[in-house]
Ligand binder design. Structure first.
Ligand code: IMP
Ligand code: MG
Length: 191
């Protein structure tokens, strides 16, 4: 553990959301999902890789049967700015057919411009006949939504300012996902 501490201390400017706060909030969201989907066939769709840890904790806080499938959405090439169109991949035909008539909770790490989630919502509602779709994100950046990419969130962990953050699944150039908290990096790291 001390190795990991040395490794991040020189890079992290500020811990924005600590581990205990994350866990408490994720449990609350899980309880909401349990209540909202009682008795309904539920599938949690996880937007990889960023939402991996959030989703893993979230589903363990849901006290009901559910299925879980991953999907990949890429618009984002390891830098700091989201850009371009969003390409979906990694979901097989069997998983797709299994989604018909199921209630879907789509789980992503960050709602930033809204492009990624808008693309996913359109895909699941237009191309697969899911029974319903609700969106859960760990973090919402309130100032960055682009026109035409509005997203209604059913579950939101935290509102954060428009700063680049890492940890608890979120990366900068593939690293920092395994920090157990949400942190802001030093500007020297991200410039
Ligand atoms: P959007 O399509 O612009 O809403 O971007 C959402 C995606 O950009 C998220 O799923 C993340 O993968 C990535 N992203 C946005 N902000 C951050 C951040 O602060 N840290 C790490 N990834 C981010
Ligand atoms: Mg993402």
């Amino acid at each position: 553990m001390s190795g990991m501490r040395e490794w991040y201390e020189s890079k992290v400017a500020e811990v924005l959301i600590d581990q205990a706060t994350l866990q408490r909030r994720v449990v609350e969201l899980g309880e909401q999902i349990t209540a909202d989907y009682e008795g309904l066939p539920l599938t949690v769709v996880v937007v990889m890789q960023g939402a991996l840890f959030f989703a893993a904790d979230l589903v363990r806080a849901v006290d009901a049967p559910l299925k879980m499938i991953p999907i990949q959405a890429s618009s984002y090439h390891g830098g700091k700015a989201s850009r371009g169109s969003v390409v979906l991949s990694g979901i097989d035909d069997f998983s797709l057919s299994d989604l018909v008539d199921r209630h879907v909770v789509l789980v992503d790490d960050v709602l930033d411009t809204g492009r990624t989630l808008r693309r996913l919502i359109d895909y699941f509602t237009c191309e697969i006949q899911v029974a319903s779709i609700g969106v859960a994100v760990l973090l919402r950046k309130p100032t960055r939504r682009e026109a035409g990419f509005e997203v209604d969130l059913r579950y939101c962990g935290f509102d954060v300012a428009d700063e680049f953050v890492v940890g608890y699944g979120l990366d900068y150039q593939g690293e920092y996902r395994n920090l157990p908290f949400i942190a802001v990096l030093n500007q020297e790291v991200t410039k």
